[in-house]
Design a protein around this ligand. Sequence first.
Ligand code: AMP
Length: 217
Amino acid sequence: MRVVLLGKPGSGKGTQARRISESQKIAAVSTGDLIRHAIATGAPLGKEFKSYVDRGLLVPDSLVLALFAERLADPDCAQGFLLDGFPRTIAQAEALEEMLKKRGQPLTCALNIEVPDSVLVERAMGRRYCPTEGMSYHVKFAPPKREGVCDACGTALKQRFDDKEDVVTARVAEYRDKTEPLLAYYKSRQQLQQVEGLGTPAAVGGRIDAALAAAGV
Ligand code: AMP
């Protein structure tokens, strides 16, 4: 399967991407993770990436496309992949379409996780992740068994540096301006699946699995 996961910041894309990647045994590619990794490791473009991420702005298309194309060429993406946070602009979607055409691998579908704006700030601000395992938690909606530490490995949980109220608000505005038009883009190609994103991760996961089954996965 080759699936694009769409949704506002805080809609649960990352949590669902990890779950589907494990259950379907396919690569989950998160451009946000690739960008954060470049920042954390001091890669040549790390500083430039950080200047955008810190303000809640999208990194320019040319930079993201180079990063994404390199990751898509990895062997684990050969048979299928799930894209979390890419594409985020029409130009990125067109570039993806071109890349997949060259590979002779059409997209299975684009799946949008729909949540109302009113829940986004609370969802993002309460989000925590394990820097070792990558597992994600939420202080209110999906708390770890012991406060502040990962269930799997006991590592202290962290908060993303862009999960602050003003940055989340800017990310939502960027979504509205540049990413939301992708819904019409994929709808016009009869590739869009819509899923209601409110409820527990398990409940949303059940709806996503049903939508993927409807798309032939
Ligand atoms: P995410 O982890 O997907 O929420 O992404 C975190 C941040 O990384 C975003 O707010 C953007 O600054 C940047 N980013 C991630 N993916 C993209 C993309 N496809 N295009 C542009 N910027 C991106």
